[in-house]
Every structure is written in C-alpha cells, then in structure tokens.
Design a protein. Structure first.
Ligand SMILES: C[S@@+](CC[C@H](N)C(=O)[O-])C[C@H]1O[C@@H](n2cnc3c(N)ncnc32)[C@H](O)[C@@H]1O
Length: 172
C-alpha cells in the first residue's frame, strides 16, 4: 500500500444505483456469518478489552453486519458508533439497529483516514476488511489510534492478500 493510494471501488459505491449496493450488503452479511470471519472478529473484539458499559467504534462498518457482537460486549449501557463512507450501508445499519431496538448505536458517514471524532474518545476501535479498500493503511491506523483512549484497544482484521488479525493496546 502506498501513501498515494485512495479507496478502491468500495469508496465509490455512492455513485452506484441502490440495487448493487444492497446486493453487496447481503454479501457482507453472509461473510460476517462465516466461521473464519466470525471467529477472527470475535477474537479481535475480545482482545480490545472494552468493558461492559464502554464504547466501541467500527471504522468502515458497512451495514453493521457484526454489530450484534458489539452489543454483546458493551451491553445496553455502552455506546457503539459505526462510520462508513457508503450512504446506503449507513442507512442499512441504522435500519438494522432500529429493528433490534438498539438505542445506543449511532451511524454516520466518514472516512477511516479522517475520522470525524475526538481524540481519546473510545475504549476500543476496530476495522474489519477495510484497510485493503482504503489505503494507505498507515493513515487509517493512525486515525484509529488517535480516537482511542490511552490503554484502549485498536484492532484490524484483513483478508487479502494474506489474512491477519491484529489487536493492540494503545500505550500513550
Ligand atoms: C468489505 S466491506 C467491510 C464492511 C464491514 N466492516 C464488514 O465487515 O461487514 C469494506 C467497507 O469499507 C468501506 N470503505 C471504503 N473506503 C473507505 C474509507 N475511506 N473509509 C472507511 N470505510 C471505507 C466500504 O464502504 C465498505 O463498507
């Protein structure tokens, strides 16, 4: 990944008609349920060490396919924020949240490389299958670290060209 590289087609979904965006949303749901992705996500989330009642941000949240897991961690008194540039995905995430009656989750459009959030705001921040679509990874990881409080966890899951999962605790 180079410093010059921006988002690939995933960063341009706002220019697509709604049908293919909804179709990709179904694929995200199916992928999130696959044991390999589910296990990697749950392992990273557990290692962020976010307490019950804490706050988690998913950068590049898509349609919120994994957000039942986030609610399982923070519980009803915690706080969840999802940020993604794709308007159709943010609308789907809000609908999913409404259907489940999750009142402690908020979704907004934004770029992982310039998160519209305050420094040290969250106990944990993660991204899942996003870095490959929105380079440079260094800019994304720097932003994720910036909005995580010292002692909080930053995690990333990636799947191409190699699969890796990496939770880190922010030291300063
Ligand atoms: C493969 S999907 C993964 C979505 C979600 N994390 C999941 O696991 O279901 C990639 C996501 O990255 C988002 N994306 C693309 N460019 C981005 C950027 N610059 N900042 C944040 N998200 C971005 C896309 O809109 C899409 O939702």
């Amino acid at each position: 990944m180079t410093e010059e590289w921006g988002s690939d087609f995933f960063g341009g979904l706002n220019y697509f008609p709604p049908e293919p965006v909804a179709g990709i949303g179904h694929i995200l749901d199916a992928m999130a349920a696959l044991p390999a992705f589910r296990d990697a996500r749950q392992w990273v989330l557990a290692n962020l060490r976010v307490p019950s009642g804490g706050s988690i941000l998913e950068a590049g949240c898509g349609n919120g396919a994994s957000h039942a897991d986030l609610h399982g961690i923070v519980g009803p008194s915690g706080r969840i924020v999802g940020i993604d540039p794709t308007v159709g995905f943010i609308e789907s995430a809000r609908n999913r949240s409404k259907q489940h009656g999750w009142t402690n989750a908020a979704y907004e459009t934004g770029d992982i490389r310039k998160l519209p959030r305050k420094e040290n705001e969250f106990d944990g921040v993660f991204c899942d299958k996003v870095l490959i679509h929105a380079g440079p990874a260094s800019a994304a990881l720097r932003e994720m670290s910036r909005v995580t409080r010292p002692g909080g966890g930053v995690g990333a899951i990636e799947w191409l060209p190699f699969s890796w999962s990496a939770p880190q605790i922010r030291s300063r």
